[in-house]
Design a protein around this ligand. Structure first.
Ligand code: UD1
Ligand code: CA
Length: 459
């Protein structure tokens, strides 16, 4: 247990996430906080960090009619309360939209919904400062270019004020320490401070940052916790979305390698926040993990594979060029080779589908061999149907298994078959045109038409 955790453990914590942003610079039909990095919305990243920092209650402030944002909040943090800020009148005004939740917590964290890289540890540090008696804690950082940020005005260690750029004097603009935007309030004084904030400034907005001056006038203490820029990186444009994705990918790759995963070329592998990779898993270059993927120990994911909501068992081999779609569950030592797509299918231990196949809505028994080009025809244009392949069955190359259909344990399907009826265990099914051989037919053709089978012109 860290020192900070020790301090904050017994205190209740309300996180207020401001998600009423307009996001117009994204040039998107989607609300800004619903854009995703590493397979998860910006809002869900923030909510996950809050939970990890010991948040006991969550309030999400949304704009009017932002049903999709409210839905995502409910999905990512069941139990989160939604508050609507009817008019955009400033950050303090937005926090007060959640007034009903405010009085109930020892610690109140105020976080912007578009800062997905905030680390739980940073939030815990802010809470620890509250536990040590501060009424307001501001998260400061030193950006390379401070323009646009509120400047932190210090007197010794004490934070005296935050000056928004528009209101700052030239001397204040020269200050390098800036407001990252995140703030924490002691529950006992939060409401009293917020209600005293006015809007006498150039934008006529209720600035949350004025809380510092108000708290000091009330005889309360305000402090700064300094952090690195990535923690408070806010997203306003698609370019910033991509930059933030890059930072997060680096964090995720590093964490995977620290946990014993071999990434041959880490910068080419794309992970989701919830990707779980076991010990000694090897991931070759250019692999993409969508959300919901688990890979157990010693499995190998070869180049150019794409996995999404799939489970890969111990020692299994996937790819190169494999696609595991939602519901693909590979048990131990399964081999899924090049240009094989698996969806909603359980592939039991040691089974193989090594080349050019589609296995959807199916079960493949242990030790079965699915030949090159096998297709489960799971869709009849109206509904999906299941294919069951028994253990140790052998499906000859280029077979079509028309579902619903069952291939028994140990059965054989002849190459090129179109299987429309169940095949009993240990049987052979062949369902294709019979081969006809006409002796001498080609020679007779050439005699009748001397031009047939001529070599390429000019040779
Ligand atoms: C804010 C800080 C600034 C800090 C910067 C860091 C204030 C007054 N200023 O400035 O000191 O350096 O963040 O990025 O807090 N929001 C609402 N309702 C409102 C207004 C804003 O929900 O009425 C939300 C926005 O969606 C956004 C957040 O609050 O998520 C911050 O608002 P924004 O206008 O972007 O503040 P900045 O000017 O960036
Ligand atoms: Ca902003």
């Amino acid at each position: 247990m860290t020192a900070e955790r020790g301090l904050t453990g017994a205190r209740s914590c309300l996180a207020i996430v401001l998600a009423a942003g307009e996001g117009t610079r994204m040039r998107s039909d989607r609300p800004k906080v619903l854009h995703a990095i590493a397979g998860r919305s910006l809002l869900a990243h923030v909510l996950a960090a809050v939970r990890a920092a010991g948040g006991t209650a969550t309030a999400v402030v949304v704009g009017p009619g932002a049903d999709t944002v409210a839905d995502e909040a409910a999905r990512a943090a069941p139990g989160a309360e939604i508050f609507v800020q009817a008019e955009r009148r400033g950050t303090a005004h937005a926090v007060l939209a959640a007034r009903a939740a405010l009085a109930r917590a020892d610690d109140v964290l105020v976080i912007f919904g578009d800062t997905p890289l905030i680390r739980p540890h940073t939030l815990t540090r802010m809470r620890a400062a509250l536990a040590q008696g501060a009424a307001v804690v501001v998260l400061g950082f030193r950006p390379k270019d401070p323009s646009g940020y509120g400047r932190l005005v210090l007197d010794g260690d004490a934070l005296v004020a935050i000056r928004e750029e528009l209101e700052a004097s030239p001397a204040e603009r020269a200050i390098g320490l800036c407001n990252g935007g995140l703030m924490a309030f002691a529950g006992r004084s939060a409401l009293a401070i917020l209600e005293r904030i006015g809007n006498a400034n150039r934008k006529n907005e209720y600035y949350l940052t004025d809380a510092i001056a108000v708290a000091r006038a009330m005889g309360e203490k305000a402090v700064v916790i300094e952090t690195e820029e990535d923690d408070v990186r806010g997203i306003n444009t698609k370019a910033q979305l991509a930059e933030t994705e890059a930072v997060l990918q680096q964090r995720l790759r590093k964490a995977a390698m620290d946990a014993g995963v071999t990434l041959v070329a880490p910068e080419t592998v794309f992970l989701s926040s919830d990707t779980k990779l076991g010990r000694d898993v090897v991931v070759e270059p250019f692999v993409v993990f969508g959300p919901g993927v688990t890979v157990e120990d010693n499995a190998v994911i070869r180049s150019f594979s794409h996995l999404d909501s799939a489970h890969v068992g111990k020692g299994a081999r996937v790819g190169p060029y494999a696609r595991l779609r939602p519901g693909a569950r590979l048990h131990e030592d399964v081999h899924i080779g090049n240009f094989v797509e698996v969806k909603e299918a359980v592939i039991e231990a040691g089974a193989k589908a090594n080349h050019l196949s589609y296995i959807g809505d199916a079960t493949v028994g242990a030790g079965a061999n699915v030949g090159a080009g096998t297709i489960t025809c799971n869709y009849d244009g109206v509904a999906k149907h299941r294919t069951e392949i028994g253990k140790d069955a052998f499906i000859g190359s280029n077979s079509a298994l028309v579902a619903p259909v069952k291939i028994g344990d140990g059965a054989y399907v002849g190459s090129g078959s179109v299987i429309t009826h169940d095949v009993p265990s240990d049987a052979l099914a062949v369902a294709r045109g019979r081969q006809a051989v006409k002796e001498g037919w080609a020679r007779r053709l050439r005699q009748r038409k001397p031009s047939a089978n001529k070599k390429t012109p000019g040779k």
